[in-house]
Design a protein around this ligand. Structure first.
Ligand SMILES: O=C([O-])CC(=O)C(=O)O
Ligand SMILES: [Mg+2]
Length: 216
């Protein structure tokens, strides 16, 4: 699968929040009893070679490194035992979050759409084949800000494992080919600043870099 193809197809980006206990703890969230879902528009995609834009409307932009599942075929009400067969590949993604806008939305009981969905808030790798990630539930994901390692997690620490997420989402939204599910971030989220370089990777298998620039 070619990332430029699925970006242009304009499918869904579904985020799962609070899926790692240590991240839920660092944010002061209670332990969720069901996956917490949100959506990002496809206009938030940004691929390597292009910068992350720090919006003028935001004053606390955070990084959240995540493993993204790329759906390989259409499915509705997918049973947990069959869920892995709906995976067409993976992306490494950064769920960029305007933490100030998210906090304000939480206080008012408003949705997170703006905080999660502004332009360039979904940096993604090219689609990685399933063969590249043989153990998706035991894979290291990490993120550096200017060469300082700030997130260093493992997908084994997910509260809701990948098959459960796919099943849960598909009971609510029909999953379509090339949809992306962001599976949540491990601990260590924090701010990025204009001029910084963000590097994220999957163990020592893959890495990608993005520069943070001011909105013009
Ligand atoms: O904004 C948050 O903390 C929720 C979220 O996306 C995550 O846990 O990955
Ligand atoms: Mg996230």
């Amino acid at each position: 699968m070619d990332v430029s193809k699925f970006v242009s197809l304009g499918r869904k980006i579904i985020g799962v929040g609070r899926n790692y206990k240590a991240h839920a703890a660092e944010m002061g969230y209670s332990h969720p009893t069901d996956p917490v879902l949100f959506l990002k528009p496809t206009s938030s995609y940004v691929t390597q070679g292009n910068p992350i834009i720090y919006p003028k409307l935001c004053s606390n932009l955070h990084h959240e490194v995540e493993l993204g599942i790329v759906i390989g075929r259409k499915g509705k009400n997918i049973p947990i035992h069959d869920a892995l067969s709906f995976i067409g590949g993976y992306v490494l993604a950064i769920d960029m979050t305007a933490r100030d806008l998210q906090s304000a939305a939480k206080t008012k009981g408003n949705p997170w759409s703006i905080a999660k969905g502004m332009d360039t808030f979904c940096p993604v790798s090219p689609v990685l084949s399933v063969a590249v990630i043989p153990e998706p539930q035991n894979t290291a994901i990490w993120l550096k800000v200017n060469d300082k390692l700030v997130q260093n997690g493992c997908t084994k620490d997910m509260i809701f494992p990948i098959p459960d997420i796919i099943s849960y989402v598909s009971a609510r939204f029909t999953l379509e080919e090339h949809d992306v599910i962001l599976t949540g971030t491990p601990e260590g989220v924090g701010p990025v600043e204009i001029g910084q370089k963000i590097t994220a990777g999957i163990g020592d298998t893959f890495e990608m870099g993005f520069e943070v620039v001011e909105e013009k």
